[in-house]
Ligand binder design. Structure first.
Ligand code: HEC
Length: 146
């Protein structure tokens, strides 16, 4: 832990550009791709595997394939573009998408009253997943953290 307080961009202050990118990290805390993989897999966190596969999770059971395969996603999307999809897929992919908006506090977005106004993922968890997905790059020959 650093001595200084961490700066976190609150959901209402996140700017998604017209090119569907969020340029700046949501926190100045250092992201970690390994934690990002945990968030990706964890059914109570990102639960990305309910809809997405990739090399890392190919051996897991009950994978969903509603969403596109995310192998080499780091070559297809910039960090800012990945961040934007995670922040609010309803804005970036369209409000018909089944992909949850992971970093919005929009009213009416969470159905459970106890979750109202709370994001699904924390700023750091989003950044961990951004670091993880960005690392999946053919250019660097890195296909996963395991
Ligand atoms: C309920 C299903 C669902 C969940 C859960 C989900 N997604 Fe998605 N995701 C989709 C769908 C479907 C699309 C494609 C756009 C569309 O058809 O709406 C997509 C698109 C994407 C894209 C853009 C892919 C591209 O090629 O442009 C990324 C990146 C992504 N998802 C990452 C994630 C991550 C990371 C998580 C977990 C934190 C996650 N998704 C959770 C359904 C889901």
């Amino acid at each position: 832990m650093s001595a200084s307080a961490q700066t976190v961009v609150s959901p209402a202050d996140v700017i998604i550009t017209e090119y569907n990118s969020v340029e700046d990290p949501l926190t100045d805390e250092l992201p970690d791709a390994f934690r990002g993989l945990d968030v990706f897999i964890d059914r109570k966190l990102g639960n990305c595997v309910a809809c997405h596969t990739n090399f890392d999770v190919a051996a897991m059971q009950f994978l969903g394939e509603i969403g596109p395969n995310l192998d080499w996603i780091g070559d297809r999307l910039s960090e800012g573009e990945i961040r934007a999809v995670l922040v609010d897929a309803k804005i970036v992919l369209g409000d018909q998408t089944v992909m949850p908006a992971f970093y919005t506090a929009r009213p009416g977005f969470r159905t459970l009253e106890s979750f109202q106004g709370k994001t699904i993922l924390s700023a750091l968890q989003v950044e961990d997943v951004v670091a993880y997905l960005s690392s999946l790059s053919q250019e660097t020959g890195f296909d996963g953290v395991d």
